[in-house]
Design a protein around this ligand. Structure first.
Ligand code: GDP
Length: 302
Protein backbone atom coordinates (compact mmCIF):
# COMPACT_ATOMS: atom_id res chain seq x y z
CA UNK A 1 0.00 0.00 0.00
CA UNK A 2 2.75 2.37 0.93
CA UNK A 3 4.53 1.36 -2.24
CA UNK A 4 1.45 2.06 -4.33
CA UNK A 5 1.34 5.53 -2.88
CA UNK A 6 4.97 6.36 -3.39
CA UNK A 7 5.11 4.81 -6.84
CA UNK A 8 2.00 6.61 -7.95
CA UNK A 9 2.75 9.93 -6.38
CA UNK A 10 5.80 10.36 -8.57
CA UNK A 11 3.63 10.66 -11.64
CA UNK A 12 0.22 11.46 -10.25
CA UNK A 13 0.16 14.29 -7.81
CA UNK A 14 0.12 16.98 -10.47
CA UNK A 15 -3.66 16.63 -10.58
CA UNK A 16 -4.34 17.08 -6.88
CA UNK A 17 -1.75 19.81 -6.50
CA UNK A 18 -3.25 21.71 -9.42
CA UNK A 19 -6.75 21.45 -8.00
CA UNK A 20 -5.67 22.51 -4.52
CA UNK A 21 -3.87 25.54 -5.90
CA UNK A 22 -6.96 26.58 -7.83
CA UNK A 23 -9.31 26.07 -4.88
CA UNK A 24 -7.00 28.10 -2.65
CA UNK A 25 -7.57 31.28 -4.62
CA UNK A 26 -9.22 34.01 -2.66
CA UNK A 27 -12.00 34.54 -5.19
CA UNK A 28 -13.44 31.48 -6.84
CA UNK A 29 -14.98 33.02 -9.95
CA UNK A 30 -16.36 31.35 -13.06
CA UNK A 31 -12.95 31.37 -14.71
CA UNK A 32 -11.45 29.49 -11.79
CA UNK A 33 -14.15 26.83 -11.90
CA UNK A 34 -13.52 26.46 -15.59
CA UNK A 35 -9.86 25.94 -14.84
CA UNK A 36 -10.82 23.29 -12.29
CA UNK A 37 -12.85 21.59 -15.01
CA UNK A 38 -10.01 21.81 -17.51
CA UNK A 39 -7.59 20.35 -15.00
CA UNK A 40 -9.85 17.35 -14.40
CA UNK A 41 -10.51 16.84 -18.11
CA UNK A 42 -6.79 17.04 -18.87
CA UNK A 43 -6.26 14.23 -16.37
CA UNK A 44 -8.74 12.05 -18.32
CA UNK A 45 -11.42 12.05 -15.61
CA UNK A 46 -14.10 12.28 -18.31
CA UNK A 47 -16.86 14.81 -18.93
CA UNK A 48 -19.72 13.56 -16.77
CA UNK A 49 -17.64 12.75 -13.67
CA UNK A 50 -15.87 16.11 -14.02
CA UNK A 51 -19.15 17.99 -14.04
CA UNK A 52 -20.42 16.07 -11.04
CA UNK A 53 -17.27 16.73 -9.10
CA UNK A 54 -17.19 20.43 -9.91
CA UNK A 55 -20.84 20.80 -8.92
CA UNK A 56 -20.26 19.14 -5.57
CA UNK A 57 -17.07 21.10 -4.94
CA UNK A 58 -18.78 24.39 -5.71
CA UNK A 59 -21.60 23.59 -3.34
CA UNK A 60 -19.32 22.49 -0.53
CA UNK A 61 -16.88 25.38 -0.92
CA UNK A 62 -19.83 27.76 -0.77
CA UNK A 63 -21.07 26.18 2.45
CA UNK A 64 -17.56 26.29 3.88
CA UNK A 65 -17.11 30.04 3.40
CA UNK A 66 -13.54 30.77 4.47
CA UNK A 67 -11.25 27.90 3.65
CA UNK A 68 -8.14 26.72 5.42
CA UNK A 69 -5.71 24.60 3.36
CA UNK A 70 -6.50 21.59 5.59
CA UNK A 71 -10.22 21.97 5.02
CA UNK A 72 -9.75 22.22 1.28
CA UNK A 73 -7.50 19.22 1.23
CA UNK A 74 -9.98 17.17 3.24
CA UNK A 75 -12.86 18.23 1.07
CA UNK A 76 -11.05 17.43 -2.15
CA UNK A 77 -9.87 14.08 -0.81
CA UNK A 78 -13.41 13.25 0.19
CA UNK A 79 -14.92 14.13 -3.17
CA UNK A 80 -12.21 12.41 -5.22
CA UNK A 81 -12.64 9.30 -3.14
CA UNK A 82 -16.39 9.31 -3.74
CA UNK A 83 -15.69 9.59 -7.45
CA UNK A 84 -13.23 6.69 -7.43
CA UNK A 85 -15.65 4.48 -5.48
CA UNK A 86 -14.34 3.58 -2.04
CA UNK A 87 -16.72 0.65 -1.51
CA UNK A 88 -16.42 -1.34 -4.73
CA UNK A 89 -15.53 -5.02 -4.41
CA UNK A 90 -12.08 -5.17 -5.96
CA UNK A 91 -11.30 -8.78 -5.13
CA UNK A 92 -9.64 -10.68 -7.97
CA UNK A 93 -11.53 -13.96 -7.94
CA UNK A 94 -9.03 -16.73 -8.44
CA UNK A 95 -10.94 -19.39 -6.56
CA UNK A 96 -13.40 -21.65 -8.27
CA UNK A 97 -16.88 -20.31 -7.91
CA UNK A 98 -19.59 -22.89 -8.06
CA UNK A 99 -19.22 -26.58 -7.26
CA UNK A 100 -16.83 -27.66 -9.97
CA UNK A 101 -13.80 -29.83 -9.44
CA UNK A 102 -11.46 -27.56 -11.29
CA UNK A 103 -8.99 -24.72 -10.65
CA UNK A 104 -10.09 -21.10 -10.60
CA UNK A 105 -9.91 -19.69 -14.12
CA UNK A 106 -8.91 -16.14 -15.00
CA UNK A 107 -9.08 -14.85 -18.58
CA UNK A 108 -6.79 -11.92 -19.33
CA UNK A 109 -7.99 -9.91 -22.33
CA UNK A 110 -7.02 -6.65 -24.00
CA UNK A 111 -5.38 -5.12 -27.04
CA UNK A 112 -1.83 -6.21 -27.84
CA UNK A 113 0.77 -3.93 -26.34
CA UNK A 114 -1.32 -2.94 -23.33
CA UNK A 115 0.66 -5.26 -21.07
CA UNK A 116 -1.48 -8.41 -21.07
CA UNK A 117 1.32 -10.95 -21.04
CA UNK A 118 3.31 -8.99 -18.48
CA UNK A 119 0.22 -8.68 -16.26
CA UNK A 120 -0.48 -12.41 -16.55
CA UNK A 121 3.10 -13.13 -15.44
CA UNK A 122 3.00 -10.65 -12.57
CA UNK A 123 -0.35 -11.99 -11.37
CA UNK A 124 1.10 -15.50 -11.51
CA UNK A 125 3.90 -14.34 -9.28
CA UNK A 126 1.51 -12.83 -6.73
CA UNK A 127 -0.48 -16.08 -6.61
CA UNK A 128 2.57 -18.34 -6.35
CA UNK A 129 3.91 -16.14 -3.55
CA UNK A 130 0.56 -16.69 -1.90
CA UNK A 131 1.21 -20.44 -1.91
CA UNK A 132 -0.98 -21.30 -4.90
CA UNK A 133 -0.02 -23.59 -7.74
CA UNK A 134 -0.55 -21.81 -11.02
CA UNK A 135 -0.80 -22.87 -14.67
CA UNK A 136 -0.38 -20.27 -17.41
CA UNK A 137 -2.20 -20.73 -20.71
CA UNK A 138 -0.55 -19.09 -23.72
CA UNK A 139 -3.66 -18.56 -25.82
CA UNK A 140 -2.14 -15.61 -27.65
CA UNK A 141 -1.02 -17.80 -30.53
CA UNK A 142 -0.86 -14.94 -33.03
CA UNK A 143 1.84 -12.69 -31.69
CA UNK A 144 4.91 -14.79 -32.46
CA UNK A 145 6.83 -14.08 -29.26
CA UNK A 146 3.87 -14.07 -26.87
CA UNK A 147 4.05 -17.73 -25.85
CA UNK A 148 7.84 -17.55 -25.32
CA UNK A 149 7.40 -14.39 -23.28
CA UNK A 150 4.73 -16.03 -21.11
CA UNK A 151 6.81 -19.16 -20.68
CA UNK A 152 9.76 -17.05 -19.54
CA UNK A 153 7.46 -15.46 -16.96
CA UNK A 154 6.28 -18.93 -15.94
CA UNK A 155 9.86 -20.10 -15.38
CA UNK A 156 10.61 -16.97 -13.41
CA UNK A 157 7.63 -17.22 -11.11
CA UNK A 158 7.36 -21.00 -10.82
CA UNK A 159 4.31 -21.74 -12.93
CA UNK A 160 3.88 -24.27 -15.72
CA UNK A 161 3.00 -22.85 -19.13
CA UNK A 162 0.69 -24.66 -21.53
CA UNK A 163 1.16 -23.60 -25.15
CA UNK A 164 0.12 -24.71 -28.58
CA UNK A 165 1.66 -24.48 -32.04
CA UNK A 166 2.30 -20.97 -33.34
CA UNK A 167 -0.78 -19.76 -35.20
CA UNK A 168 -2.80 -22.58 -33.63
CA UNK A 169 -6.30 -22.35 -32.22
CA UNK A 170 -6.35 -20.10 -29.11
CA UNK A 171 -9.48 -21.80 -27.80
CA UNK A 172 -7.86 -25.20 -27.87
CA UNK A 173 -4.82 -23.91 -25.95
CA UNK A 174 -7.15 -22.37 -23.39
CA UNK A 175 -9.06 -25.66 -23.10
CA UNK A 176 -5.83 -27.64 -22.70
CA UNK A 177 -4.55 -25.24 -20.04
CA UNK A 178 -7.68 -25.68 -17.94
CA UNK A 179 -7.62 -29.44 -18.44
CA UNK A 180 -3.95 -29.60 -17.49
CA UNK A 181 -4.62 -27.47 -14.43
CA UNK A 182 -7.47 -29.75 -13.44
CA UNK A 183 -5.44 -32.94 -13.97
CA UNK A 184 -2.54 -31.54 -11.96
CA UNK A 185 -4.79 -30.31 -9.19
CA UNK A 186 -3.58 -26.74 -9.70
CA UNK A 187 -5.28 -23.88 -7.84
CA UNK A 188 -5.48 -21.29 -10.61
CA UNK A 189 -5.22 -21.17 -14.40
CA UNK A 190 -4.37 -17.79 -15.93
CA UNK A 191 -5.08 -17.52 -19.64
CA UNK A 192 -3.35 -14.89 -21.76
CA UNK A 193 -5.39 -14.17 -24.91
CA UNK A 194 -4.71 -12.41 -28.20
CA UNK A 195 -6.07 -8.93 -28.88
CA UNK A 196 -5.94 -7.82 -32.47
CA UNK A 197 -8.46 -5.05 -32.40
CA UNK A 198 -8.18 -4.10 -36.06
CA UNK A 199 -10.31 -7.09 -36.98
CA UNK A 200 -13.21 -6.63 -34.66
CA UNK A 201 -15.25 -9.58 -35.92
CA UNK A 202 -12.20 -11.80 -35.73
CA UNK A 203 -11.64 -10.74 -32.16
CA UNK A 204 -15.28 -11.26 -31.27
CA UNK A 205 -15.28 -14.73 -32.74
CA UNK A 206 -12.00 -15.72 -31.21
CA UNK A 207 -12.48 -14.36 -27.72
CA UNK A 208 -16.06 -15.52 -27.54
CA UNK A 209 -14.92 -18.97 -28.58
CA UNK A 210 -12.11 -19.06 -26.01
CA UNK A 211 -14.61 -18.26 -23.28
CA UNK A 212 -17.19 -20.77 -24.49
CA UNK A 213 -14.65 -23.55 -24.79
CA UNK A 214 -13.24 -22.86 -21.33
CA UNK A 215 -16.76 -22.82 -19.93
CA UNK A 216 -17.26 -26.39 -21.06
CA UNK A 217 -15.18 -27.24 -18.00
CA UNK A 218 -17.00 -24.83 -15.69
CA UNK A 219 -17.57 -21.09 -15.31
CA UNK A 220 -14.79 -18.55 -15.78
CA UNK A 221 -14.15 -16.91 -12.41
CA UNK A 222 -12.65 -13.62 -13.51
CA UNK A 223 -12.29 -11.79 -16.82
CA UNK A 224 -9.67 -9.08 -16.50
CA UNK A 225 -9.50 -6.39 -19.15
CA UNK A 226 -6.01 -4.92 -19.44
CA UNK A 227 -5.91 -1.26 -20.47
CA UNK A 228 -2.91 0.99 -21.00
CA UNK A 229 -3.44 4.11 -18.87
CA UNK A 230 -1.40 6.21 -21.27
CA UNK A 231 -3.85 5.73 -24.16
CA UNK A 232 -6.63 7.92 -22.75
CA UNK A 233 -9.83 8.04 -24.79
CA UNK A 234 -8.50 5.35 -27.08
CA UNK A 235 -8.42 2.99 -24.15
CA UNK A 236 -12.08 3.71 -23.47
CA UNK A 237 -12.99 2.84 -27.04
CA UNK A 238 -11.12 -0.45 -26.69
CA UNK A 239 -12.86 -1.15 -23.41
CA UNK A 240 -16.26 -0.73 -25.03
CA UNK A 241 -15.41 -3.19 -27.82
CA UNK A 242 -14.20 -5.85 -25.41
CA UNK A 243 -17.20 -5.41 -23.15
CA UNK A 244 -19.41 -6.27 -26.12
CA UNK A 245 -17.65 -9.59 -26.54
CA UNK A 246 -17.16 -10.84 -22.98
CA UNK A 247 -18.47 -9.93 -19.55
CA UNK A 248 -15.57 -8.06 -18.04
CA UNK A 249 -15.38 -8.53 -14.26
CA UNK A 250 -12.37 -6.35 -13.50
CA UNK A 251 -9.99 -3.85 -15.05
CA UNK A 252 -6.22 -3.81 -14.86
CA UNK A 253 -4.80 -0.39 -15.62
CA UNK A 254 -1.19 -0.72 -16.70
CA UNK A 255 1.57 1.87 -17.09
CA UNK A 256 0.11 4.17 -14.46
CA UNK A 257 3.77 4.83 -13.64
CA UNK A 258 4.15 6.49 -17.00
CA UNK A 259 1.30 9.00 -16.93
CA UNK A 260 -0.04 11.82 -14.81
CA UNK A 261 -3.50 11.13 -16.18
CA UNK A 262 -4.75 9.05 -13.29
CA UNK A 263 -8.28 10.28 -13.91
CA UNK A 264 -8.64 7.48 -16.42
CA UNK A 265 -9.42 5.24 -13.43
CA UNK A 266 -12.68 7.13 -12.92
CA UNK A 267 -13.51 7.34 -16.62
CA UNK A 268 -13.04 3.66 -17.36
CA UNK A 269 -14.99 2.49 -14.33
CA UNK A 270 -17.88 4.69 -15.46
CA UNK A 271 -17.61 3.44 -19.01
CA UNK A 272 -17.79 -0.24 -18.09
CA UNK A 273 -19.48 -0.18 -14.72
CA UNK A 274 -16.69 -2.48 -13.55
CA UNK A 275 -14.03 -1.67 -10.92
CA UNK A 276 -10.32 -1.25 -11.49
CA UNK A 277 -8.90 -4.15 -9.49
CA UNK A 278 -5.19 -4.03 -10.24
CA UNK A 279 -2.71 -1.45 -11.45
CA UNK A 280 0.59 -1.87 -13.26
CA UNK A 281 3.32 0.39 -11.94
CA UNK A 282 6.30 -0.73 -13.99
CA UNK A 283 7.80 -3.52 -16.04
CA UNK A 284 9.21 -5.55 -13.17
CA UNK A 285 7.80 -8.68 -11.57
CA UNK A 286 6.73 -6.84 -8.42
CA UNK A 287 5.11 -3.96 -10.20
CA UNK A 288 1.51 -5.10 -9.96
CA UNK A 289 -0.55 -3.79 -7.09
CA UNK A 290 -4.13 -4.10 -5.90
CA UNK A 291 -5.99 -0.91 -6.60
CA UNK A 292 -6.57 0.88 -3.30
CA UNK A 293 -8.86 3.90 -3.68
CA UNK A 294 -7.55 5.67 -0.58
CA UNK A 295 -3.88 5.25 -1.46
CA UNK A 296 -4.67 6.34 -4.99
CA UNK A 297 -6.45 9.52 -3.92
CA UNK A 298 -3.70 10.30 -1.42
CA UNK A 299 -1.19 9.96 -4.24
CA UNK A 300 -3.26 12.34 -6.35
CA UNK A 301 -3.35 14.97 -3.66
CA UNK A 302 0.28 14.45 -2.66
P1 GDP B 1 0.75 -7.53 -24.55
O1 GDP B 1 1.01 -7.43 -26.02
O2 GDP B 1 -0.54 -6.89 -24.18
O3 GDP B 1 0.87 -8.89 -24.01
O4 GDP B 1 1.83 -6.59 -23.86
P2 GDP B 1 3.18 -6.96 -23.08
O5 GDP B 1 2.86 -7.68 -21.83
O6 GDP B 1 4.13 -7.59 -24.00
O7 GDP B 1 3.68 -5.49 -22.66
C1 GDP B 1 4.01 -4.50 -23.60
C2 GDP B 1 5.10 -3.60 -23.02
O8 GDP B 1 4.57 -2.85 -21.93
C3 GDP B 1 6.28 -4.36 -22.46
O9 GDP B 1 7.46 -3.67 -22.78
C4 GDP B 1 6.04 -4.34 -20.95
O10 GDP B 1 7.23 -4.44 -20.21
C5 GDP B 1 5.39 -2.99 -20.78
N1 GDP B 1 4.55 -2.90 -19.57
C6 GDP B 1 3.57 -3.75 -19.19
N2 GDP B 1 2.99 -3.32 -18.04
C7 GDP B 1 3.63 -2.17 -17.67
C8 GDP B 1 3.47 -1.22 -16.58
O11 GDP B 1 2.63 -1.34 -15.69
N3 GDP B 1 4.31 -0.15 -16.59
C9 GDP B 1 5.25 0.04 -17.57
N4 GDP B 1 6.01 1.13 -17.50
N5 GDP B 1 5.40 -0.81 -18.60
C10 GDP B 1 4.61 -1.91 -18.66
Amino acid sequence: LVRLRTRLSRSQNALGKGLLTLLSREHLDEDTWEEVEDTLLAADVGVAPTQELVERLRERVKVLGTRTPEELRGLLRDELLTLVGPDEDRTVHTETRGAVDRPGVVLVVGVNGTGKTTTTGKLGRVLVADGKSVVLGAADTFRAAAADQLQTWGERVGARTVRGPEGGDPASVAFDAVKEGTDEGADVVLIDTAGRLHTKTGLMDELGKVKRVVEKQGPVDEVLLVLDATTGQNGLVQARVFAEVVDITGIVLTKLDGTAKGGIVVAVQRELGVPVKLVGLGEGADDLAPFEPEAFVDALIG
